[in-house]
Design a protein around this ligand. Structure first.
Ligand code: GLC
Length: 651
């Protein structure tokens, strides 16, 4: 069907949702589009379940990114979309790809990374997985919604080069999967609301990024439907009875022509056609397997003095109410009302370590150490070979609409960690959080630290598998853990409520810490294993459009394991300010103990380019570039140099 087969009234009705999560079916003339949140699993709000009907909760985006395995993103996307198909949902409101500019942002758990290449690579595959089933994916929030405080009012002030190299880049990479929709953000960008910002929605999204799908608003983000239509916004969510009149008036006054309406309506009709067929839906069993394996791959081992993996036969004290009730997801529209009750960690461990004596003590309630439980925990720790303390944040302090006030864990938990370590130096601290946390109070005293992230329904199964050594941890951090909030660029700064100037430009995350030579607690791309890997034999093969970076990785440890290798481009002399290095490619490979694998990562010219505001395009300046291959951004194992011809006349 095309717009010219509809009346003006029918066309206007398609430009505004007919309910909170669906469009108008024009009395049966077209299909109704049903949409639902969210990136971590299906959150289908019903009158009986306004918080979302019970559904599978998958690992959140930051855990998927910590796996550095795009096929994990694809399989999770496909699993969530399979749940959508079962529930008659045609489009999922995810993935969220906003850059983690500020570690306090309440929605960081919903986003992939501080690095645009890692974020975009995961988003591309998540979209691929979703759309394999015929469900539409919605890449959000376009753009620069990088904090929750005053998100509907404060303008993100960003220069064009930073927009193109950092904040628009995950969307640009996700375009390779042809997402059916993009959701605009609440905030203004450079002084104009995203929902009515032609620079964003037309110049950047459609012209520079080549997006051909449908632009939907965030819920309540439209301030004037006619200005939004003119700027390129196709569907206003949720329903808004006033908008049809605003549109009619604007047409009558000649402020907008019916061509704007027809272009939008034709995109919407295309979306209805593209999301009507169901395909490649996974079985429930397969979805659960995907959730578990994604949680396992996304877990990050931050420290280990050899106490892990736990030995069968050891006496183990499991401590903390989160060991029974883990935080599987953050709060807000991404929160999934999980259909599964987590199994207690101690119970699962008993199955994996049948000869071990395993006890459980609650120790704290929320963030308050329990006087009694705390004493039990201390005694249990003292009497055990290893203590496992589970701490972290929750859906109330890491959530949409709110930013954290600090990076610290809930204070009472730190007291529990400290007192348990005093009783037993062989203490493993498990952290369940959606972003970086300040571990300085206890990290040096802990024997081991495992960062689970908000790993969904199967968090405890995955955690037990890692602790018991059934799974060798392979995750690496997709965001830096700074030493303190004061070390971050944004620090306690959050703008004046009207505008938040992104003064750091392209120096976001590790780009910033590297540029200023700042030490960090755990660097971007950092994560340990139960085995060890050595890198060797770097070769660089350059042709006009590609640099093939080849190297060998040997598993020199006692266990099979997977290794993530990170390839960075190092900048020496550049006509514009550039960070010391930028992630340009990565790969993950499983290597049997004692074996060696050869890996090649191909870097196109874009990997070396900067965005030239002079020529309005990405450009490569001629000269020497470094190629650094690392186990993390601060653990470079191999280095080389390449000479590139420029395609721009710089000084
Ligand atoms: C929320 C969120 C968005 C979500 C939408 C629908 O405010 O910003 O991510 O998809 O509204 O719940």
């Amino acid at each position: 069907m095309r717009a010219d087969e509809l009346t003006l009234e029918e066309k206007l009705a398609l430009l505004v949702a007919a309910g909170k999560f669906h469009t108008d079916d024009l009395g049966g003339k077209v299909r109704r589009l049903n949409v639902a949140d969210g990136p971590s699993g299906l959150r289908k709000e019903t009158p009986e379940h306004p918080e979302g009907s019970p559904s599978r909760c998958y690992p959140s985006a930051h855990v998927i990114a910590n796996s550095w395995n795009p096929s994990v993103a694809e399989s999770v996307g496909r699993a969530i979309a399979s749940d959508c198909r079962d529930e008659g949902v045609d489009m999922i409101l995810g993935p969220g790809v906003n850059i983690k500019r500020n570690p306090l942002c309440g929605r960081n758990f919903e986003y992939f990374s501080e690095d645009p290449l890692l974020a975009g690579s995961m988003a591309e595959k998540y979209v691929d997985g979703v759309q394999k089933t015929g469900v539409g994916a919605t890449v959000k929030h376009f753009m620069a919604n990088n904090r929750e405080w005053e998100r509907c009012a404060q303008s993100s002030e960003i220069d064009e080069r930073t927009i193109m190299e950092i904040y628009a880049r995950p969307f640009a990479i996700a375009m390779r999967a042809h997402p059916k929709a993009v959701m605009c953000s609440y905030n203004p960008v450079n002084g104009v609301y995203a929902s009515e910002n032609p620079y964003l929605l037309k110049d950047i999204l459609r012209k520079k990024l080549g997006f051909g799908g449908v632009v939907v608003s965030d819920w309540g983000a439209v301030h004037n439907r006619a200005r939004a239509l003119k700027a390129g916004l196709d569907i206003e969510f949720p329903d808004n009875p006033a908008s049809a009149g605003v549109l009619r008036q604007a047409i009558e006054r000649g402020e907008i022509t019916e061509k704007y309406v027809d272009d939008s309506v034709n995109r919407i009709l295309g979306l209805l056609e593209d999301t009507c067929e169901s395909a490649a839906v996974l079985t429930v069993e397969k979805r659960e397997q995907i959730s578990l394996s994604a949680a396992k791959e996304g877990m990050v081992l931050l420290k280990n003095n050899g106490v892990l993996p736990l030995e069968d036969g050891a006496k183990i004290a499991v401590i903390g109410e989160m060991a029974k009730n883990p935080t599987v997801c953050g709060g807000g529209s991404a929160h999934v009302h999980s259909s599964l009750q987590s199994r207690p960690l101690d119970e699962i461990l008993k199955g994996l370590l049948p000869s071990s004596e395993i006890t459980y003590s609650q120790a704290y309630l929320g963030c308050v150490p329990m006087s009694l439980g705390h004493g039990d925990a201390r005694r249990a720790a003292f009497a055990s070979d290893v203590a496992v303390v589970v701490v972290g944040n929750n859906m109330y302090n890491e959530t949409e609409s709110l930013d954290r006030e600090s990076l610290a864990l809930p204070s009472g938990q730190e007291k529990v960690i400290d007192s348990v370590i005093r009783e037993n130096p062989n203490t493993v601290v498990v952290v369940e959080a959606g972003s970086s946390v300040d571990v300085s109070a206890w990290a040096d005293k802990a024997a081991a630290i495992v960062y689970t992230g908000y790993a969904g329904d199967m968090l405890n199964e995955a955690l037990a598998s890692v602790l018991a050594g059934e799974t060798v941890p392979s995750g690496k951090l997709s965001e830096t853990f700074p030493l303190s909030l004061e070390d971050t660029f944004t620090g306690h700064e959050r703008g004046n409520g009207f505008s938040d100037r992104y003064r750091e430009g392209v120096l976001v995350g590790y780009r910033y810490y590297d540029a200023y030579g700042l030490p960090v607690r755990y660097p971007f791309g950092y994560g340990l294993s139960y085995t060890k890997f050595e890198y060797s034999d770097l070769t660089l093969n350059c042709d006009k459009d590609n640099v093939a970076v080849s190297f060998s990785i040997t598993n020199t440890g006692e266990r099979d394991g997977a290794e993530i290798a990170e390839v960075y481009v190092e900048h020496f002399h550049s006509p514009v300010e550039r960070p010391p290095k930028e992630l340009a490619g990565f790969g993950k490979v499983f290597i049997r103990k004692g074996k060696t694998v050869r890996m090649t990562v191909n870097l196109g010219r874009k990997a070396f380019a900067f965005y030239s505001t002079v020529y309005g395009r990405f450009a490569v300046s001629g000269g020497t570039y470094g190629i650094a291959v690392g186990a993390s951004s601060r653990d470079i194992r191999l280095q080389g140099r390449v000479e590139l011809e420029g395609d721009i006349n710089t000084f």
